[in-house]
Design a binder for this molecule. Structure first.
Ligand code: ADP
Length: 546
């Protein structure tokens, strides 16, 4: 910055805009971008697979998260490099579209870039590399379709679905309870699914967690669980055939507003005011009773006096229930949310066969279960936490476990949903990637142009997933991969993958390790798109740091 004066002596400031920027061009730009993306992929690589490592992330305000979910790790990592942010976006897109395979997609993108770097160094133009990758990705995409199989299940035979969800959960911290959790996830998805239209609305599944208990106590409730209790301890803890008024308007005597002046200078006046207030509230309670409500669920609170009155008038109530929960309660019970008290009418009441308050262990915690609802399509998965690691037992271990269980269940729910939408599957454990790698490699020979190098590199990059799986399981990566690849070619069996859990067979079909076809295809497409985008950047202009 410099201060200068014009011919009339007026001062002005010269900002040297150009000089403040650093600039990288050509190969340097690509190399630097590739290096940043690879750094992100390297972090996730060790988390891939059933034996993948977990990451511990601490937020600026001290919250600790332990997870091995790719999207979550990247979400919480505070990256400020633009290319690294693209990788975060990549994982997020996979999470958004598919919900699973978030680590794999980043590992794949990292490998593609690593291979691309070698090609660039050999003097191949980035556009050629991008085009070759595009061709290869289409070959891989189609090959996946070819090796995919239909996955048969029905509402009566949920076992195959459960097994697939177990594969997803096997690489998570919660894998000890994978069978139980997978069953819960599948039942929840089937409860809200419309099998004819092949549609699943995951919004109808509420995932609630409470610290304490054991992970095994996690349960599926055909109804809604709200982290609230009856407003008064003497209200009934169990209401059968409840008729529920769902209110978003205040449910208490009107409070004198400050802009009006009320002079209360005698005891009598105070008494009258009080009586008026009580009468008003009494009428509200009466109105609820008149329409037939046996339980009132309010978005707002009411004070102790109102609470006491409700208890006396024998009208149980729940206060401070959040908007999202109110909506779910309304959907589940077939009731209508009432925004103005005057609008309360019998047909707007929600109906539930049983509303009960449940307390937990020695804590004061209580939760409200709304079950046997009129519309049984809303369900709740209620997670109980347990400490997964002795060292964290005394700290916030339980809370973290619940959060991680929620994330893992989200993956399992997504897998079940994807299968209901489209029941094609490919086998996991890197077998699909190896099969695609072989197919792409063979296809490269048919391309006479420079692209063939890029296509071959794409085939090598596909090996990154099985390599990482082998490495993370403590196997010798190259030896294992070569053996499995040779076996695939010899037996013409695309189901051979990495035997991460040392089961004794590397046939993933026997091991029941599946992934959804759309998930795997999406991984390849997204990874290729991001890599192409990064390769096409040949000029990086950024503000230089002071
Ligand atoms: P992502 O976030 O990408 O889903 P995961 O850590 O869940 O990553 O790992 C998924 C990978 O692990 C997939 O390639 C899957 O096929 C593989 N995998 C999962 N379970 C097994 C298993 N029991 N044996 C071999 N591979 C497995």
């Amino acid at each position: 910055m410099a201060l200068a004066f014009d011919e009339f002596g007026r001062p002005f400031i010269i900002l040297r805009e150009q000089e403040k920027k650093s600039r990288l061009r050509g190969l340097d730009a690509q190399k630097s971008n590739i290096a940043s993306a690879k750094a992100v992929a390297r972090i996730l690589r060790t988390s891939l697979g059933p034996k993948g490592m977990d990451k511990m992330l601490q937020s600026p305000d001290g919250d600790v998260t332990i997870t091995n979910d790719g999207a979550t790790i990247l979400e919480q990592m505070d990256v400020d490099n633009q290319i690294a942010k693209l990788m975060v976006e990549l994982s997020r897109s996979q999470d958004y579209e598919i919900g699973d395979g978030t680590t794999g997609v980043v590992v794949m993108a990292g490998a593609l870039l690593e291979q691309a770097e070698k090609l660039l160094e050999r003097g191949i133009h980035p556009i050629r590399v991008a085009e070759g990758y595009e061709m290869a990705s289409r070959i891989a995409f189609d090959h996946l379709e070819r090796i995919s199989t239909k996955f048969e299940f029905s509402a009566d035979n949920i076992e195959p679905l459960v097994r697939t969800c177990m594969t997803t959960l096997s690489s998570k911290i919660v894998n000890r309870c994978k069978r139980a959790l997978a069953e819960i996830a599948v039942k929840a998805v089937l409860a809200v699914a419309d099998l004819e239209r092949k549609d699943v609305n995951l919004d109808l599944i509420k995932v609630e967690g409470k610290v304490g208990g054991k992970l095994e106590d996690t349960e599926l409730i055909y109804g809604i669980v709200v982290d609230k209790d009856m407003s008064h301890p003497q209200m009934p803890k169990r209401i059968e055939d409840a008729k529920i008024a769902i209110l978003t308007c205040p449910f208490e005597p009107p409070k004198p507003k400050t802009k009006h002046k009320v002079d209360i200078d005698t005891v009598e006046k105070f008494q009258t005011l009080r009586e008026q207030e009580q009468k008003y509230f009494d009428e509200m309670v009466q109105k609820c009773k008149d329409v037939g409500a046996t339980l009132v669920i309010c978005q707002w609170g009411f004070d102790d006096e109102a609470n006491h009155l409700l208890m006396h008038r024998n009208l149980p109530a729940v206060r401070w229930v959040g908007g999202v929960e109110l909506e779910l309660i309304a959907i589940a019970t077939g009731g209508r949310i009432v925004p103005r008290f005057q609008e309360l009418s019998p047909e707007k009441l929600g109906k539930a066969g049983l509303v009960r308050e449940k307390s937990f262990g020695t804590t004061k915690d209580r939760m409200l279960y709304i079950e046997k609802c009129a519309n049984s399509r809303a369900v709740t998965i209620f997670i109980r936490g347990d400490s997964f690691n002795e060292t964290i037992r005394c700290g916030t271990g339980n809370k973290m476990m619940i959060e991680e269980t929620k994330r893992s269940l989200h993956d399992a729910l997504c897998v079940a949903r994807n299968l209901i939408r489209n029941n094609s599957i490919v086998y996991g454990g890197g077998s699909a990637e190896i099969a695609c790698s072989i197919a792409v490699e063979t296809a490269a020979d048919r391309h006479p142009g420079v692209e063939q190098y890029a296509i071959r590199s794409f085939a090598d990059a596909l090996d990154a997933v099985p390599l990482a799986l082998a490495e993370n399981s403590g196997l010798s990566p190259i030896d294992t991969l070569t053996a499995v690849k040779a076996q695939q070619v010899k037996d013409n069996n695309p189901h051979c993958g990495i035997d991460c859990n040392d089961v004794g067979t590397n046939d993933m079909k026997e091991q029941n390790v599946f992934e959804t076809l759309i998930g795997k295809q999406q991984q390849i497409l997204l990874a290729t798109q991001v890599v192409k985008m990064i390769l096409k950047i040949d000029d990086v202009i950024s503000p230089s740091e002071y």
